[in-house]
Write a protein that binds this ligand. Structure first.
Ligand code: AMP
Ligand code: TRP
Length: 327
């Protein structure tokens, strides 16, 4: 049976980009594959975090995983800091990757440029290796993520191949899987950049967005020059982005939506999209609030899931140590 594995950092409020590009798809293979999802909270400390907030957001994320339909009876749900094998495996894998390879990671280049010398921490540089450890510990075949994470999954694959060549078959080679649409949701005010929670509030919609600001944000969203509704990422990036968001929330294909809006203008599309997202997010927020209120249950899910995960992870770690002659 194949293994599907992924995670979301608890480093800020989630946007509809995180949802449509990643989390929404995670329950898809529940029941037909071994599904493991986690909160990479050790990844979050590569930039400064307020400890109280970090703890709160970790519980928030576990609650979101349950809200989108992950079932602890069918999937393993864990928190990274509860399974020490992740950090140990990271140290081992550090010796099978070069500074040059890590220097080429786009996310590091972007972040380190934004943060300046003070923020260029070794942990931030090493982030993709911890990620490789996460993935390889569970013999993951598929890693469902948004487009921005593809390079990191490819590096994990390179590390796995290199290790296997030296010590014999040890790691499964992972592949990144991406939704047909929604893998890269763009900013509402600038469709050339990906939607991200660290930008201007008008550029994104959070999963916990107050319902009354959603319609206004879509109304303000930039559009392209002529007024025809067409899906063309190069010529009409803004409208194509709105269509992807529409399709992600309505579960209809983009073609069906485009057909419906032939001879209608951007204004109508934006109004309808606002209403659709309000309806979907209000249902999700209601479910989330209920699940989030029972922190004891969340703690139980985390403890039980992390215990199951540790069993799998420790086995892989022992196999690797044995191969390396580490007592
Ligand atoms: P992050 O917020 O960077 O921890 O990303 C969590 C997950 O959401 C990853 O799988 C990302 O690839 C995905 N993601 C983040 N931003 C977007 C976006 N704008 N569009 C689609 N997927 C995204
Ligand atoms: N880096 C990922 C992100 O920003 C989060 C993450 C950490 C992850 N470890 C992972 C995702 C392993 C998939 C698999 O979204």
């Amino acid at each position: 049976m194949k293994t599907v594995f992924s995670g979301l950092k608890p480093s800020g409020d989630m946007t509809i980009g995180n949802y449509l590009g990643a989390m929404k798809h995670w329950p898809d293979q529940q029941g037909s594959a071994r599904t493991i999802f986690f909160v990479p909270n050790a990844h979050a400390i590569t930039v400064r975090q307020d400890p109280v907030q970090l703890k709160k957001r970790t519980y928030d994320l576990v609650a979101w995983l349950l809200t989108v339909g992950l079932d602890p009876e069918k999937s393993i749900i864990l928190v990274q800091s509860r399974v020490s094998a992740h950090a140990e495996m990271c140290w081992i894998l550090d010796n099978y990757v070069t500074m040059g390879e890590l220097s080429r990671m786009t996310e590091y280049k972007d972040k380190s440029q934004k943060l300046g010398p003070e923020g260029q921490l070794v942990g931030l540089f090493n982030y993709p290796v911890l990620m490789a450890a996460d993935i390889l510990l569970y013999s993951s075949n598929e890693v469902p993520v948004g487009e921005d994470q593809r390079q990191h999954i490819e590096l994990a694959r390179t590390i796995a191949e290199r290790f296997n060549k030296l010590y014999g078959e040890t790691f499964v080679l992972p592949v990144a899987t991406m939704p047909a649409s929604g893998a890269r949701i763009k900013r509402l005010d600038d469709p050339s950049k990906k939607m991200s929670k660290s930008d201007h509030p008008d550029s994104f919609i959070m999963l916990q967005e107050p319902l009354d600001s959603i319609k206004a944000k879509f109304k303000k969203a930039v559009t392209d020059s002529d007024n025809t509704i067409k899906y063309d990422k190069t010529l009409k990036p803004a409208v194509s982005n709105l269509l992807e968001i529409y399709s992600g929330f309505s579960e209809e294909s983009i073609d069906v939506i485009v057909d419906r809006y032939t001879n209608k203008g951007y204004g109508e599309l934006k109004t309808d999209l606002g209403e659709l997202v309000v309806e979907k997010l209000s249902t999700l927020q209601l479910a989330f609030n209920k699940i989030r209120a029972d922190e004891q249950n969340l703690e139980r899910v985390i403890s039980e899931g992390s215990e199951k995960a540790a069993e799998i992870a420790n086995k892989k770690l022992s196999e690797v140590k044995e191969k390396l002659g580490l007592l």
